[in-house]
Design a protein around this ligand. Structure first.
Ligand code: NDP
Length: 487
């Protein structure tokens, strides 16, 4: 026989009289203010949401582990990577960028890849996308980019015209828009796509030698995408197809996995590399820096409570561990501020004390109090320096990751261009050298479909003349023909 369920209580734990009926004066009379259980229930109900993320709102995720499969100690002293076979627990949240919580999972968009390694030296968060590049290279343009993907101020409607306006006036977006408009912009599931750090980071070994690195998580399920028509049909069938697919696969014990391949550039090579290696709109061609397999990621546990473990997960690009740090990539440097700040706004200054955000190793510092603090460090001194045994930094063992910068005038300026830096070279290579004929045909069809929905004629002309023709003249001509424009 099953056990009796517990009796219902107020939030203070005292038993309540009914799950069905409010307290009234007689069966037909008014509801009483003294029905504190009802009032508590309604008051809690209207406070059920925390503010959404500003973007990457709709997502899903799961827990699992990362296993080191090759010796990487030559490049990093990170403790969780210091031994072949070592496993570290992870959380991975997938998301789409522009849509709100009810948006169809299958719509054309970049997919977020937010990952947390719960290491013995604290949380290491790696927050990237399913694409190796990004739309803008300077964080100053980031809020504008996101605004252009969201809704129009007057109508509250999304607008392809607004998106093409921003993109065509921002030529650095051409590489990412080429990927977005290819079938990789509509992945079949989260399991069937890759994850990339996109940004460049620094690894440092035990001897203090530094390297620039990019992470590529390659799906072991194989890449599978929807065509544009399949993605649109899926809107009617299942708005939550990606969230459901991940949950169901793990529930069936079909655990999705990815191979971690690293691109590693010796520190000194960055200065003269043919592309600016810190420009997130570019990849490092594989021939220059061949990806090396170093680990494997497996997701094998669904969340027990979606809100507590996925919605309230607060990833922070600033969460590094010794042996890993940022690079001069401007997007990383700005994201190191914005992610933690987003969590402080959404769930409060003590968001890191929530179970999903707590490191498995301890936390010892002088931050104190604030809303919703529930883990206190007892009678520990609340200031440093102190004479009473409070935590002490160890500058000999733990130095901030660093690199050299030349003394220069403080200014607002573009990155210095490297010899082959050009916004259209790499998307052109993707179109001409990497895509199959079918990929190219679908790319043309997807771009034409997108440009045909509410985009002004002058904007279409700019997209052809100033953008796609510069990626590739054949691509520009094909789009022009389909739109009835002069190539
Ligand atoms: P390679 O031929 O060595 O690599 C091309 C890579 O492109 C593949 O390994 C694959 O990466 C990815 N790819 C394959 N098909 C598609 C597609 N239809 N849409 C998007 N990406 C695809 O060439 P290079 O390294 O010299 O790069 C050439 C171009 O390939 C780049 O300009 C870039 O656009 C694209 N690319 C390069 C990547 C890199 O890190 N070098 C990564 C991804 C794309 P994967 O296995 O990661 O899917």
């Amino acid at each position: 026989m099953s056990e009796r369920p517990p009796h219902t209580t107020t939030d203070a734990g005292s038993p309540v009289g009914s799950d069905e009926y409010s307290l009234t004066v007689g069966a037909g009379g008014p509801v009483l203010l003294q029905d504190t259980y009802l009032i508590e229930k309604l008051a809690h109900f209207v406070r059920e949401r925390v503010p959404d993320r500003v973007y990457h709102v709709k997502g899903g995720g799961a827990f699992g582990y990362f296993e080191v499969t090759a010796d990487v100690t030559e490049w990093t002293k990170a403790a969780f990577l210091n031994e072949v076979g070592k496993r570290t627990p992870v959380l991975l949240r997938f998301s789409s960028v522009a849509g709100e919580e009810g948006y169809p999972d299958s719509d054309r968009d970049v997919r977020g890849w937010a990952m947390r390694f719960y290491t013995e030296q604290g949380n290491y968060d790696l927050v990237g996308n399913n694409t190796p590049v990004f739309f803008v290279r300077d964080p100053m343009k980031f809020p504008d980019f996101i605004h252009s993907q969201e809704r129009m101020p007057a109508t509250g409607l999304r607008s392809n015209n607004m998106q093409w306006d921003f993109w065509t006036l921002s030529p650095e977006s051409a590489h990412q828009v080429t990927v977005l408009m290819s079938d990789r912009g509509t992945p079949r599931t989260w399991r069937h796509m890759n994850g990339y750090s996109s940004d460049t980071y620094m690894w440092e070994n035990a001897a203090g030698k530094k390297f620039w690195v990019k992470y590529h998580f390659k799906t072991e399920q194989g890449i599978e995408n929807f065509t544009d028509a399949e993605a649109k049909a899926m809107r009617a069938e299942d708005l939550d197809c990606h969230r459901r697919d991940l949950w169901d696969a793990i529930a069936r014990e079909e655990y999705p996995s990815w191979r971690l391949e690293m691109q590693i550039m010796p520190y000194e090579e960055a200065a003269d590399y043919r592309f600016n290696p810190f420009d997130i709109t570019k990849v490092w061609p594989h021939a220059d820096y061949p990806p090396m397999t170093v680990g494997r990621l497996v997701l094998d546990r669904n969340p027990e409570n979606f809100f507590a473990q996925i919605v309230q997960a607060g990833f922070d690009v600033a969460n590094f561990v010794p042996g890993i740090g940022p690079s001069p990539d401007r997007m990383v440097l700005a994201r190191m501020f914005a992610y933690g700040d987003s969590s402080r706004y959404r769930t409060g200054p003590n968001y890191a004390q929530l179970p999903v955000n707590q490191p498995l190793s301890g936390v010892h510092n002088y931050n104190k109090d604030g809303p919703m603090r529930y883990h206190h460090s007892g009678n520990q001194p609340v200031y440093a320096p102190n004479s009473y045994g409070g935590p002490k930094a160890d500058p000999q063992r733990f130095r901030d990751p660093s690199w050299f910068t030349e003394a220069a005038e403080i200014m607002r300026a573009a990155y210095e261009a490297h010899p082959e830096d050009d916004d259209f070279v790499q998307p052109g290579m993707l179109y001409r050298q990497v895509m199959t004929q079918t990929d190219r045909d679908h790319l043309v069809g997807n771009i034409v479909a997108h440009l045909s929905q509410g985009v002004e004629r002058s904007m279409q002309e700019r997209a052809v003349g100033d953008y796609w023709t510069r990626v590739d003249s054949d691509l520009g001509a094909r789009i022009a023909r389909s739109l009835g424009l002069k190539p």
